[in-house]
Ligand binder design. Structure first.
Ligand code: NAD
Length: 273
């Protein structure tokens, strides 16, 4: 079995650096796709209450026969449950068929419609109760991170944010580094949009890899945790098969220059959902 690198978290635990993401994975296909990912060797699955596919994720883990402590499971509380976090967590665990998750995240700060400060205090309690091993956040800007840390003195172990070569979030990542927060990159491939450029294409041709593999190797070299999503079994294999994909320092520097501010998702400061 291929060895997946792990990243240390502030709370002393560690997380597999490469996983399988399930956003927009059809609930009806989730069981099969997660089963394929686990058979391939994935041991880290990223889901969320919003994705409506936690049930398929949990069933695939259970039926795989892989010991529970060998699969890292992340789920997230949605924006309309910031005042009902314990209930939202109980429902997620029920759908997953698990008694705890490895990582629970506040999905968005949702400053317009939600209450991320209260949600974070509730996550701290869930960790104390053993319902989640680690706690973190997602889509938090610097101001949101600073606010919850000022409120509670508890630093999230992870911030899961949109990040890819054309949107590298340089300032936010520097803030994470200062605080010891691990960066998880969602839309690591820019939802496919970062795979067509000249720089990535020429590195891919030179080293005999695909553009997706080059971009994923860049993330791993930067120390980010990634879980590319694909519903295509061939691409799931391609995105997992990164052992021989070796970038030089010059390759990494070249990809570092691709920032165009190409945000694919919402801006967390102004999102109205
Ligand atoms: P991604 O960058 O992983 O892009 C996925 C798309 O890229 C696929 O739909 C497919 O069209 C294409 N693709 C995948 N593999 C490819 C390959 N080898 N070659 C060519 N094209 C390929 O974007 P994503 O799905 O948005 O993000 C990954 C994961 O991040 C999600 O599944 C989810 O788990 C997480 N996520 C989190 C948030 C959040 O708010 N926290 C938001 C979006 C996604």
């Amino acid at each position: 079995m291929k060895q997946i690198p792990t990243v240390q978290l502030l709370d002393g635990t560690s997380i597999p650096q490469l996983g399988y993401g399930t956003y927009q994975v059809d609930p009806a296909e989730t069981f099969e796709l997660v089963r394929t990912a686990l058979e391939l060797g994935h041991r880290h699955i990223d889901t969320a209450a919003l994705y409506a596919n936690e049930e398929g994720v949990g069933r695939a883990i259970k039926e795989s026969g892989i010991p529970r402590d060998e699969v890292y499971v992340t789920t997230k509380v949605w924006n309309d449950r910031h005042h009902e976090v314990p209930q939202a967590m109980a429902e997620s665990l029920e759908r997953l068929g698990l008694d705890h998750v490895d990582l629970y995240l506040v999905h968005w700060p949702a400053p317009v419609v939600g209450d991320y400060r209260t949600a974070w205090q509730e996550l701290i309690k869930l960790r104390e109760q053993g319902l989640t091993t680690s706690i973190g956040v997602s889509n938090f800007a610097i101001s949101h991170l600073d606010q919850i840390i000022a409120d509670t003195d508890v630093v999230p172990v992870i911030n899961q944010v949109e990040l890819h070569p054309t949107f590298p979030q340089t300032e936010l990542v520097a803030h994470h580094t200062k605080l010891g927060i691990v960066t998880e990159a969602w839309a690591p491939l820019g939802k496919g949009a970062d795979l067509d450029g000249e720089v990535v294409g020429s590195i891919a041709s030179r080293i005999g890899a695909t553009p997706a593999q080059v971009v994923l190797a860049w993330h791993l070299a930067k120390g980010y945790v990634v879980f590319p999503k694909s519903a295509n079994p061939k691409r799931i294999v391609e995105n997992f098969d990164l052992d021989g994909v070796s970038l030089t320092d010059d390759d990494i520097s070249a990809i570092d220059t691709l920032d165009t501010g190409n945000r694919q998702g919402a801006d967390p400061e102004t999102a109205t959902f």
